[in-house]
Design a protein around this ligand. Structure first.
Ligand code: PEP
Length: 254
């Protein structure tokens, strides 16, 4: 299918996979996906597997992302990881503001925007996550929440930085629940997000930004979701942990 923007499909492995398991998975993906040229394929292992996965994908079409980073460059931040440390393993993307971090680590839009700036300063492409909870959707607040998150999490980025930023629309009620947004709901939210980007950064920038959908993406729903005009890829959690399901999501999206 002809898309306005190149699809980017990312696997968020979350806190799963030892190094040995990570290598099994990524080697399987390399075999399955060697001929795929139409999609940017990305895996985001836990920090502890970045080094080995980075070596394993050197000669492949799979790119590497991290799941988080600190907003500072260096210093007394026990347990934290800086962008420059990710760059040592050829990490090119970093997921920021995932709803699990917003919920458990109390990450705010303001913090996420500082991380996004720090990522760009290190030439990492941020994948900035936004999305409403079930209560917010049922209360008719979806657009209000998305507007606030897009404004807040991307505050201070230049238009040039925005073009190199990816947004992941992940309705919280769809993450890990098996209940995905319908293609219409995803398209509607993505159109809205793009309209907010146009107001902040201009029409031309908004047209170029890739917006992924995330939330219970599986091989069976990937085609319909990815065929929506404003859905430019997927951020996949559970189904990215097995070679078969992640490879099928990618193949079904082409
Ligand atoms: C995610 O956590 O980014 C996600 C989309 O998870 P799942 O695919 O399991 O819903």
């Amino acid at each position: 299918m002809e898309k306005a923007r190149r699809l980017i499909i990312a696997g968020n492995w979350k806190m799963n996979k030892t190094v040995a398991e990570a290598l099994d998975l990524v080697n399987g993906l390399k075999r399955e996906l060697a001929n795929v040229k139409e999609v940017d394929i990305l895996v985001c292992p836990p920090f502890t597997a970045l080094c080995e996965v980075s070596k394993a994908i050197l000669d492949s079409n799979i790119k590497l992302g991290a799941q988080n980073m600190n907003e500072n460059n260096v210093g007394a931040f026990t347990g934290e990881i800086a962008a420059v440390m990710l760059k040592e393993f050829s990490v090119r993307y970093v997921i920021l503001g995932h709803s699990e971090r917003r919920q458990y680590q109390k990450e705010t839009d303001e913090l996420i925007s500082r991380k996004a700036l720090a990522a760009h300063n290190a030439a990492l492409k941020p994948i900035v996550c936004v999305g409403e909870t079930l209560n917010e959707r049922e209360g008719g607040l979806t657009e209000k929440v998305l507007d606030r998150q897009v404004h807040g999490s991307l505050a201070g980025l230049t238009p040039e930085q925005m073009e190199e930023t990816i947004i992941a629309y992940e309705p919280v009620w769809a993450i890990g629940t098996g209940r995905n947004a319908t293609a219409e709901q995803a398209q509607q939210a993505h159109t809205f997000i793009r309209s907010v980007l146009a107001k902040i950064f201009g029409e031309n920038v908004a047209k170029k930004v890739r917006i992924q959908y995330g939330g219970s993406v599986k091989p069976s729903n990937a085609r319909e979701l990815m065929s929506q005009p404003d859905v430019d890829g997927a951020l996949v959690g559970g189904a990215s942990l097995e070679v078969r399901s992640f490879a099928d999501i990618i193949k079904n999206s082409i």
